[in-house]
Ligand binder design. Sequence first.
Ligand SMILES: *Cc1c(COP(=O)(O)O)cnc(C)c1O
Length: 385
Amino acid sequence: MTDRTTQHKATLAARALGEVDAATGEIIPPIHMATTLQRDENYEKRGGRQYIRDGGHAFTQPEAVLAALEGGADAMLFSAGIAACTAAFQALAPGDHVIAPDVMYHGVARWLEEVGKHWGLEVDFVPAGDLGAMKAAVRPGRTRLVWIETPANPTWTVTDIAAAADIAHEAGARLGVDSTVATPVHTNPIALGADIVAHSATKYLNGHSDVLAGALIGARDDEFWQRIRRHRYLNGMLPGAVEAWLLLRGMRTLFVRVRQASASARAIAEHFAAHPGIERILYPGLAGHSGHAVAARQMRDGYGAMLSLCVRGGAEDAIRIAKACRIFLTATSLGGVESLIEHRHTSEPPGTTTPENLLRLSIGIEETADLIADLEQALAAAGTS
Ligand SMILES: *Cc1c(COP(=O)(O)O)cnc(C)c1O
């Protein structure tokens, strides 16, 4: 086999690192269902494992693929993206200070407010992407984790990962990056200085809207990483074997799916930028987006497949357009092969700052022209243009 270090990540993903069962020659692994392992002839645990919560054989290959795609020392699968994100916070101690952005996946923000603070974490939310505010908020020696999400849902605000890593490290803190939307196709946060990367594998990594799973990738296998591993074990935050297998299968097509969806997203953003029914488009790939310059530096091969349309009018106009779509499905979530459209203000909890005229689009892999035509007819049918 060619040296893995010289292969493009798309090749590593397609071949799932090229693992072939030596005994049978099968190029696709079986689903490893066992929850318990027999001890070896010396009555020792095999590979340090005896029970599924230790991390079973079902997870070995998908975790190795994830570590390779992100350039990390190790990876861990979780039962959900939110379990992966919150495991990093659970490895902290009461009294530790953390910083998180004010624009981020709302579930993690809710966890910090309702659980993290209750358990004694001190949490400061700072304006997403604002490095000055981040610098002012860090408390050297007290801040243990700086959390960012880039591009951040649902405004796709971009944060400079390398600069955020510098700020965190100068204060003695780690930088965690929720890179669900960027995916390893566009960005590798560890190469830019991040200490830990989180993914909702439910989204692009699996890509078919049929698996709930999450992942963390660590830059180093250190004491913090081992504490997270311990929390995963003690809290039982692991996916099932079938989910792990489906995720491995989904990741084989990660690069073709994400490249196609991102190219469509960019074409859609450019096509509708001057549309009379649209007030503005939020997409890091457009030169007018606040994060475009940073995104151009830290994203490659496109700017992601998520964008938001702020339509002319209010919530009712936006919902009317969503309902008039025939190809875009009116559903939440993202990262699947099918395109979705969602009125985020309706989906988010009371008090959300998401504009009422915002429609969030998750672009799938349908033909670009069909997606553009669907939005054109929906805007016309809703009578906002
Ligand atoms: C969906 C999502 C999560 C949570 O992931 P689940 O798999 O739904 O638990 C976290 N972060 C981002 C950016 C997401 O889109």
